[in-house]
Design a protein around this ligand. Structure first.
Ligand SMILES: [Zn+2]
Length: 258
């Protein structure tokens, strides 16, 4: 069904060619991209539309129209607009970077979902949040991206990317849990943080996490004592009195307590 809607929508899109950069509007994205990357941009927009819809139906707030820029540069990097929180940019230095993970060593389908995860969190808790560790922020987007990949796979299968490939081999919840189980010492802090989000999700359910972020915002979790404030919200939101033993397993990885 998703694919039929998309196919109809493609016919309605408006596009203008401006030099090598083309603009294209889909239902919830305004894309600006290098013409040479068009087939990857169209595939990416399918993923992004679906990821956005899944996030919205889980209760996240995202703008009606998000920006998606795909531009050639000196580097290969995918990132979200940290200031405006309204879009995602993909810089690539060679079309080879847009190939499936086996050839490019880039998990591009997962990466798009990961960036939507960043936007979802920051659009709620984006004030005085220097208490969040790097692993707090990145492992959240990692959990979110992997969580969404299972649904993307279910709705869209593998054929939509110009080179069909099984992206669930390197992303999704099975992959996520296997990575944690592998227990690579270099990833210890990241995996611990990721496990926190996994367990929080088990506890609350995916649709209740936006509400949890809202509470963090409302209760002004920040330093000093961000650690304790975060735990207070956690206990209240989950409805259990003493979660400190559980939370303390993760607190040092998640919270920069100043
Ligand atoms: Zn990230």
């Amino acid at each position: 069904m998703q694919r039929i809607i998309w196919a109809l929508f493609i016919i309605l899109l408006s596009a203008t060619v401006n030099g090598q950069i083309k603009r294209l509007d889909t239902e919830h994205f305004q894309a600006n991209y290098e013409v040479e990357a068009e087939k990857y941009v169209l595939a990416s927009l399918e993923v992004l539309e679906l990821a956005r819809n899944l996030a919205i139906s889980a209760g996240y707030d995202l703008p009606d129209k998000l920006q998606f820029s795909v531009i050639r540069s000196e580097r290969n990097v995918l990132y979200f607009d940290r200031k405006k929180l309204n879009g995602i940019t993909w810089e690539y230095n060679s079309l080879e970077n847009l190939l499936p993970p086996a050839e490019s060593r880039k998990k591009n389908v997962y990466g798009l979902c990961h960036e939507i995860g960043h936007l979802c969190m920051y659009r709620i808790t984006n004030n005085k949040n220097n208490w969040m560790s790097y692993d707090y922020r990145e492992s959240w987007a990692d959990f979110f991206g992997n969580f969404l990949i299972d649904s993307v796979f279910q709705y869209m299968g593998t054929d939509f990317w110009p080179e069909p490939h099984d992206y669930s081999e390197s992303a999704g919840m099975d992959f996520f849990l296997q990575r944690i189980e592998n227990d690579n010492p270099k990833l210890q802090s990241f995996n611990k943080s990721a496990l926190f989000w996994y367990e929080l999700n088990l506890n609350l359910g995916f649709r209740n996490i936006p509400g949890f972020f809202e509470e963090i915002k409302k209760r002004r979790v920040r330093n000093p004592d961000a650690n304790q404030k975060f735990l207070d919200v956690l206990e209240e939101y989950i409805g259990e009195d003493d979660l400190s033993v559980w939370f303390n397993e993760y607190a040092d990885y998640l919270i920069l307590d100043k």
